[in-house]
Design a protein around this ligand. Sequence first.
Ligand code: AMP
Ligand code: ZN
Length: 469
Amino acid sequence: MKIYNTLTKKKEEFVPIEPGKVRMYVCGPTVYNLIHIGNARPMIVFDTVRRYMEHKGLEVNYVSNFTDVDDKIIKKAIEEGVDASVISERYIAECKKDMEAMNVKPATTHPLATQEICGMLEMIGTLIEKGHAYVAADGTVYFRTRSFKEYGKLSHKNLDDLQGGNRSLLVSGEDQKEDPLDFVLWKPKKDGEPYWASDWCDGRPGWHIECSVMSKKYLGDEIDIHAGGEDLVFPHHENEIAQSEAANGKTFAKYWMHNAFLNIDNKKMSKSAGNFFTVRDIAEKYDLQVLRFFMLSAHYRSPLNFSADLMEAAKNGLERIVTAVDNLNYLFANAQTEAMTEEEEKQLEEAKAYIAKFDEAMDDDFNTADAISVIFELVKFANTNADASKSKAFIQSLIDEIKQLSDICGLIVEKEAEMLDADIEALIEERQAARKAKNFARADEIRDELLNKGIILEDTREGVKWKRA
Ligand code: AMP
Ligand code: ZN
């Protein structure tokens, strides 16, 4: 399995620190709003990396944080006149709903910045002790960037170029820094903001320190993979490396993975330009499986363009796989024989070759675009070779294989079995009995259960009528 490592700018063979186990940290969203489709890209991409590694038999400890203290969260809390935690809790819950609808597995741990302040105070203390950080007059703690000799190794930037070229690092109000390159670890509270007591001042952490601390707490000083969107390479990940390696004296992460950006109609996604979609916006029009399929139809390191046409193409692509599985299920239900013939066994060997081909694509830095093409080849094979003369065992093996490869991509390709008319009618009868007994709660429950399965009830004078949505 080869991974492109941003640190070395090379594809490298993946060798976990501890055989059979993977320690992986993915920077999560700042929770002040519904997540947008750009945020969905790293979620889907790295969930797929995780699923593939699990398919290979590796045990993945997957940690992804929620940044729940931040200027944007505080601003929104002030606007709404509520506590910052009301905002962050609301959007964490919404984000988890979107993740579920995109079939993104929950992380092994989803730490929250506000719950990890102790660890942050400890690491900042260590950095001060070791001379890598200092306290300014107002109690702000800065990281002494030049004290970490390898600063710039991830983003391949040179410290002197950075200082000369990046004016934004020299902004006013930061004159208490020893050096414009230094960055904040802890800052004093402002009125109305959440804050915590510390040896330096009542205040709150800078953004970068949370990931160094959570990664250490849940995965240890040295981890296998650290990931996120490419905008995080500098300064966020560069700063994380500086903090962690200066504090722990060990290499922080072996492999650094970054997804390229998602653009809309070839332009940068931006609210002010009016080309901005939340995941929820997309859910109004599409099953979010389509969004997932769309995201995986490109390699994660290639920029991805979002457009109505491409979403339609994704919908059709996914539909092709779903229809094939549906047809196979029909053939299975009507198959006349159970066991495989010798000829079928030979054909199945041919089909098995697609698994190896799929793995080959994924082993090459998770080339999901090629992996999905392999699923299409397998679907074509199934459409050509499965018919009413085939045994149940043969058909089932094809279904299993398509489902297995799709599942590694996190794609659900089997429709829920439709309810039989008799089962629907039995439930309607039960509902009528419940109503008669004035058990309206049960009656409503049955109505909702049916609705969830796409059955709509209509109470008419002639009795209850039903139809499939
Ligand atoms: P944020 O909440 O801005 O910290 O973003 C959470 C994650 O989404 C980070 O890994 C970002 O790099 C990623 N991200 C944000 N915008 C985009 C985008 N347009 N395309 C791909 N990834 C993005
Ligand atoms: Zn981070």
